[in-house]
Write a protein that binds this ligand. Structure first.
Ligand code: ATP
Length: 362
């Protein structure tokens, strides 16, 4: 396994890029540690596959270097990089048995037959493929075939990293959860460097130790699922992670007060001190679970109209209208919700300030 460094990597598919908008990857400078489980998360078209292909060698970046364990591999093709890749759709030999499919990447590299058997059995066991080992791949269902593809990616222990590009797309929803758990287990057992591309936050958050969030060709935040939830560094992370996403309101600053169309929201002193130098569009952001909704007027409470209440079982999502903004609050199941008029409170420690989409922080 390897540590992978991307140094000032940028990529444009255009022959003569004219502006930043022509770049699928704008500037990526980061390290993927040996043995880490990473998820690359972002919306369609943000550059995830391009980044994965830069790492594997399918795409040579227009600028910058790719290093494996400190060695520059930027110009090496995929077959010289010793990478395993698992794609959205199964890649396997239909006419071969499941065993021979799993053994193929090892035999191809001249691994001793006794070691081939040992490793294939190990991987088949992890993926619950043991009962199918002597069946031909052709007769199996789509999800079993994709498990074989995963197995072909996992079977070699000498690879620098295993790259997964949305590997669970063809899998039934109820099996997805099971396979995600399996991948996590495999990572814990085999200590492989895994990079997993997805646009599904649940998939990313259950699989990875570190989630890398991409937006418009940039890595906008790298962190644990908890860090991304509690401290989104970019408006997009606030909006994309969590369900529903963060609430945002445009504001102006007056002292330590954020003014939102006549409503006053108090910010914490550190944020205010840092914001003095900031210039640009100011917005406050608060997660639905931290926005308080009260039935009676409270000190510093801001009047709001309750427009709907959705019961989600263990919690409820309350939609309110405040100063022309539609906001969502996530309340415990047993909390009473005002039927019409309510009062909102924005706890200081959970009310974040963003300038031009980026969090104001130390
Ligand atoms: N071969 C190509 N030629 C030209 N433009 C491309 C090519 N591949 C990707 N792009 C463009 O580069 C940008 C990033 O695409 P990429 O496929 O890397 O995004 P993605 O995040 O993987 O999207 P998805 O989740 O839909 O697969 C998009 O604007 C896309 O249209």
């Amino acid at each position: 396994m390897a540590r992978i460094d991307l140094q000032e990597v940028a990529h444009s598919y255009a022959k003569r890029p004219k502006s930043e908008a022509d770049y699928a990857l704008k500037r990526i400078h980061n390290t993927w540690n040996d043995g880490g489980a990473y998820a690359l998360l972002g919306p369609s078209g943000c550059g995830k596959t391009t980044l994965l292909n830069v790492i594997s060698g399918l795409v040579t970046p227009s600028q910058g270097q790719v290093l494996y364990n400190g060695k520059d591999v930027t110009d090496l093709p995929p077959e010289k990089r010793n990478i395993a890749q698992v794609f959205q759709f199964p890649v396997l030999y239909d006419t071969m048995s499941v065993f021979n499919n799993l053994a193929f990447p090892l035999r191809n590299r001249g691994v001793e037959e006794s070691d081939v058997k040992k490793r294939v059995m190990e991987v088949a066991e992890i993926l619950d493929l043991t009962p199918f080992l002597h069946r031909r791949a052709a007769g199996l269902a789509a999800d079993a075939k994709q498990k074989i593809s995963l197995g072909r990616g996992l079977v070699r222990s000498d690879v620098a990293a295993i790259l997964f590009d949305e590997p669970l797309t063809v899998i039934d929803p109820h099996l997805k959860w099971h396979l995600r758990r399996k991948l996590k287990e495999i990572h814990e057992q085999l200590k492989l460097t895994l990079i997993y591309v997805t646009h599904d936050q649940t998939e990313a958050l259950t699989f990875a130790d570190q989630v890398m969030v991409m937006y418009e060709g940039e890595l906008v935040q790298i962190g644990t699922p908890q860090e991304l939830f509690e401290n989104p560094q970019h408006k997009f992370v606030g909006f994309f992670i969590g369900s529903p996403g963060m609430n945002f309101l445009t504001c102006t600053l007056e002292g330590n007060i954020a003014r939102v169309d006549g409503a006053n929201i108090t910010l914490d002193d550190d944020t205010v001190a840092l914001a003095q130098k900031a210039q640009g569009k100011m917005e406050i952001g608060i997660r639905p679970m931290y926005l308080e909704v009260h039935s009676k007027s409270i000190q510093d409470g801001i009047p709001a109209a309750v427009t709907s209440v959705e019961d989600q079982g263990s919690f409820k999502i309350v939609t309110v209208n405040m100063a022309g903004y539609t906001l969502r609050a996530r309340l415990p199941e047993d909390q009473a919700v005002p039927s019409n008029q309510g009062w909102l409170r924005f706890p200081k420690q959970w009310t974040k300030l963003f300038v031009d989409g980026r969090l104001v922080h130390k």
